[in-house]
Design a binder for this molecule. Sequence first.
Ligand code: AMP
Length: 599
Amino acid sequence: MKFKVLADHFRLIESTSSRNDMTELLSKLFAETSADEIGAVMYMLQGKVTPPYEKADFGLGEKMIIRAVVRALQIDEETFQESLKKTGDIGSSAEMFMEKKGMKGTQDMSVMDVFEKLVSITKMSGDGSQDRKLEILSELVKALDPLSCRYLVRIPAQTLRLGFSDMTILDAMSWLLAGNKSLRKDIEKAYHVRPDLGYIAEMLKKHGISKMASIVPHIGTPILMMKAQRLPTPEDIFNKLQTGRIEPKYDGLRLQIHYEKKGKEAVVKLFSRGLDDVTYMYPDIVEGVIKECHADSAILEGEALGFDSYSRTFLPFQETVQRKRKHDIAEKAQEIPLKMFIFELLYVNGESLLKTPLTDRSKKMLKVIKPSGDIFNDTLLLSPQVEMITADDVNRVFEDSISKGLEGIMVKKLDGTYEPGARGWNWIKFKRSYSAKIDDTLDCVVMGYDRGKGKRSDFGIGAFLVGVYDAQEDSYKTVAKIGTGLSDEDWRMLHTLCTHIATDHKPALYDVDKLMSVDVWVKPAIVVEIKADEITRSTMHTAGRSMKASVSGKASVVDIQGYALRFPRLKRFVDDKKPEDATTVEEVAEMSSIQLKSV
Ligand code: AMP
């Protein structure tokens, strides 16, 4: 496929605001793409040259990209900057100048030609690499037509966002194979095991849907992490599971470890819940894994906690989270060393354990992680486990955990499998807060903001609209507009984050009532943790609006009232979750019903 043709698909996709049209356009594009090219196309559609969890840095700042463009266009930088001030987009400005100058490109470059050149830029380092990168980009600009350039330069500038989610892509793949959405669930399951759209698409093109069920974890590709359900009382948990295992619920950083021996070396990668590669942040965990993981290859999961060696206690989240940083990593590691409670083994020595029941996974885990018992030497620890025989056990372990300053407990189904990305009943969490009003927080997506009046307008933002994810419909639905409770620094930060992802139309995935419209829409990217006093019902918000009124499943009345948050306030910015990992409408419904029960 010629890059020109791909650019034309990009243009059509970018200009639609209907999710259905977008799905159709994407599936048309996939139909025209060969199996050998589809991987590259998938990554470029996401503005990348690798899957998102792989770090492939172009290492070209905005200035360098502009320099490459003006060199190719043979115009002066000032003129370009002036246009940039108006368009706010290097791609559109480059396109405009090329059109003005009648530049049509010299070659008819293929998608793979352009892709390989972009990949080569990400691989360059060392002396003179900036100049070589600049040269390659500049040559690419010269070789392409104006529309192609619009999209090309947005890739290293990291501003190519065409406004669809991974789920839209999965739907489009289903459309390609079946002419409808019926295969999406099967494709999604495979994607949760191996969230590499390039790989999944290539497999689908080459082997069809039958291959999806046999996709297994791959060392180096994070598996979507399993999530826990919640129930309001120990009795509910006991009745639901009957048998189970109770573990303390630690409030730290969830990490997935990928370990592989390669000759005498061992390679370790650490991934966050949001599937980011965070290996560089935790050198002490990496070192611990190399010493303490007894396998040729393994994928493990657990919760990392700061440890205070003087008091021999684990630190609260607020302290542990200080380890999540990009700078001064070694110093902070000295100050707040981490220990990691391992609770899952998902893959060992080439064998996937995803379908193995919990008890058998745990038996194998004990052969891979064997703590010496000396907390000062061990980095990897195993959490205590208590078998649940009666509902009382749940209560007892819960009280014990709380008295030790922990968040609560996790009860896990003994024969439960590991379901990547799912929030199923194999894990149930129980926190103190459920017995009161909603004290649990919601992870919401920032959807847009109002500029604000008076003093508030100083920050350029006076209130912001947040929503939750509707997993059934792959859309975002509102629950609150927040205008108070932020520090000056929070407002500034939010405004800066929003500026980069502002868009001139309401994104296709947003479902918003007219009354909740905002001055500026932003693409789904920022996740914030929101605390509220209560979940109420409101006609102004769309979350849960057309859902069945009762989550217990009896009533099936279509409700025009959505869920809304009372006294919502920002707790923190969540940078390890993707928008699709935000709290879902279903969860809000559950939280609301738990809240009603406990009143
Ligand atoms: P929440 O973030 O409240 O939905 O709770 C789920 C989180 O609890 C998981 O993502 C883990 O990070 C954390 N967690 C703490 N202890 C455990 C445990 N023993 N088993 C599973 N998850 C745990």
